[in-house]
Design a protein around this ligand. Structure first.
Ligand SMILES: C[S@@+](CC[C@H](N)C(=O)[O-])C[C@H]1O[C@@H](n2cnc3c(N)ncnc32)[C@H](O)[C@@H]1O
Length: 226
């Protein structure tokens, strides 16, 4: 996979559309605010009980930080920051929310070394643009691995599902059975997979075993963490 080519392609796809639609969810190719917010709801749901000002939370591919607006609207508080590869989005997010930290950086870059309790990526793995789907799949798994390597509590992201009753050749779909196997064998057997909402997609939230062990301190559970 040529990551520079892929990033340049993503930048060219999103930029013009964003300039024309910056104030709406269409600026990041989301159908409408309702479906974008439903995605955020599902991404955040497994972490809601632990989010607070001390929890560091990183929004990968944050666009213009619509998720931060969603969190404000729903009184979800945490130490929020974001990363985005499009200058114009970073600049716009900075004007919109002067108090938050949004960096222009490719998360896959070796220089992206920051650690967070939670990292999420919403809506960014659906649209390969001009990239071959086999290469895109490599990118998808590299993003998952990188996010997981930088988290101390867990990660959440969403992808289009193969269990659907419509199809578009330009979108990337992943069988949820494949993600379960990948995540449980390489990273952690502690995950929530949500395939139970109207959109043609699923959301997975994966927790670090060390975190699950730390919040389940009982002699009866010890053997499960050996
Ligand atoms: C569909 S948009 C979603 C924006 C936002 N998450 C939302 O839901 O409103 C996906 C964003 O991910 C960004 N992106 C793609 N690859 C990235 C990477 N490797 N590192 C950081 N951002 C990336 C794109 O530039 C794009 O703005």
């Amino acid at each position: 996979m040529d990551i520079n080519k892929l990033i340049a392609d993503q930048q060219s796809i999103y930029l013009n559309n964003f300039i024309e639609n910056k104030d709406s969810s269409e600026g990041t190719f989301q159908n409408n605010r309702a479906t974008q917010y439903l995605r955020f709801e599902k991404i955040l749901e497994p972490f809601l009980s632990i989010l607070n000002q001390q929890v560091s939370f990183h929004d990968v591919g944050c666009g213009s930080c619509d998720m931060y607006q969603y969190m404000l609207d729903n009184a979800i508080v945490c130490d929020y920051s974001g990363t985005e590869i499009i200058d114009e989005m970073v600049e716009y997010a900075g004007h919109r929310f002067p108090g938050i930290n949004v960096k222009n950086q490719n998360v896959l870059d070796v220089e992206f070394k920051d650690r967070f309790d939670i990292l999420v990526f919403s809506g960014g793995l659906y649209y390969p643009g001009n990239i071959d789907h086999v290469e895109w799949k490599v990118f998808v798994f590299q993003m998952i691995d990188k996010m997981y390597s930088q988290c101390d509590i867990g990660i959440s992201f969403n992808l289009l599902t193969t269990y659907k009753n419509m199809h578009r050749d330009d979108l990337f779909y992943l069988d949820p059975r494949e993600i379960i196997d990948y995540v449980a064998t390489r990273h952690s057997r502690f995950f929530n997979l949500n395939h139970n909402y109207p959109l043609y997609e699923w959301t997975i939230s994966i927790f670090k075993p060390e975190y699950i062990e730390s919040v389940n301190q009982a002699p009866e559970y010890e053997k499960y963490f050996k």
